[in-house]
Design a protein. Structure first.
Length: 365
């Protein structure tokens, strides 16, 4: 008896389609062909002078770069823009976190653009000491101003620079001025010594305060009060108006205890509510009065010259420090000296002298 024919199983494998190659050479070639090349220094300068925001953003990224290869190109861009700079007013705005700096800057900046001004906001965002990252959320907070054609907002990470001021904020000011922005606003981190650094690069320094938070006496500190050209009590609205006016009186009394400023300007105290845009015009009137007075006396020009000298010296100090830590001999010896200092085998001062001696001896060869 013949055996029955075998039936094929329903479970069987058919020849499939070969997966495509992971690397598509033709696609990569096309991408590389169409990829936009980095613009030259001349192209960036031309774009900035033509008021192109993309060119301005690219140039600021270039000057903020810590890549040594970018330094020469960045300096070339700055040199090309310098003859077209110094035609703005520079306003520094500081205050503790939570005082409403971003809300105030948006209300203030929008007010200025409605007056026909071109406003650039350089906001320095604090960097984490652990992850070294920054949120860079100022554009999110300034929803109205970021859409304004006459405004440019650039958040930058503070990095590890002293006082939380971005390493190249000073150069960014020059680029923004060359791009036609006549009002430059610099927002500080609001902690540490950022106020000192920002004060050394602006014409007018505005201190934001709030009332009802127990900070009236806390805020009457000699250093920050002496630097301020105006004090603004923010969030003066609703039930807080009375407290804001009381804080205004207290700060006015405190200001009279300090010696006169070199500019002979008497700092003003005012109140405002950035959220409802109340009192913003009064603040601009105060700033305008300050600029009229300091221009007449020549203090404005003298301060700019002194600041240029200060930043030349700061740049020298920064470059020397960078050069020191990038020397191969220093890199190799630094870790050994660190361990020796930590183990009390050598004093910190002697270790520092040894490293400096090594650095200067190498430079003299």
């Amino acid at each position: 008896m013949s055996s029955p024919n075998k039936q094929s199983s329903s479970l069987h494998e058919k020849a499939g389609i070969s997966p495509p190659e992971i690397i598509n050479v033709s696609a990569i070639t096309e991408i590389q062909k169409n990829r936009r090349q980095q613009p030259s220094a001349e192209e960036l300068i031309a774009g900035i002078l033509d008021k192109n925001r993309t060119a301005l953003s690219r140039a600021i990224t270039l000057v903020e770069s810590t890549n040594p290869e970018h330094t020469e190109k960045a300096n070339e861009v700055i040199k090309g823009c310098l003859p077209f700079a110094n035609k703005s007013i520079r306003i520094g705005i500081t205050g503790v976190p939570g005082v409403g700096k971003s809300t105030f800057i948006e209300a203030f900046g929008t007010f200025l653009t409605h007056l026909g001004k071109k406003v650039a906001v350089l906001a320095v965002d604090p960097s984490s000491s652990l992850s070294h990252g920054s949120i860079l959320g100022d554009k999110t907070r300034m929803e109205e101003l970021v859409k304004d054609e006459n405004a440019f907002i650039r958040p930058s990470a503070s990095g590890d620079t002293l006082g939380g001021v971005a390493r190249k904020t000073r150069e960014s000011i020059i680029l923004c001025e060359a791009a036609g922005y006549d009002t430059i606003i610099i927002e500080t981190v609001g902690v540490g010594q950022s106020e000192t650094a920002v004060h050394s690069m602006v014409d007018f320094f505005l201190l934001l305060k709030i009332s009802g938070a127990g900070d009236e006496l806390q805020g009457i500190k000699r250093g920050i009060m002496e630097m301020a050209d105006a004090i603004v009590i923010n969030k003066a609205d609703g039930d807080n108006i009375k407290k804001a006016n009381q804080a205004k009186l207290e700060f006015n009394r405190a200001l009279h205890l300090f010696p006169p400023k070199k500019s002979n300007w008497q700092p003003k105290v005012t109140t405002c509510s950035a959220i409802i845009k109340d009192g913003i015009s009064d603040i601009w009137d105060t700033i305008s009065t300050y600029f009229e007075m300091t221009n007449e006396t020549g203090f404005f020009q003298k301060k700019r010259k002194d600041q240029n000298h200060f930043w030349m010296m700061e740049t020298i100090n920064e470059q020397l420090k960078l050069n020191f830590y990038n020397q191969p001999e220093i890199i190799s010896q630094l870790e050994q000296n660190k361990k020796a200092v930590q183990n009390d085998e050598i004093s910190p001062f002697a270790a520092a002298q040894n490293l400096l001696k090594l650095y200067f001896n190498k430079g003299s060869k």
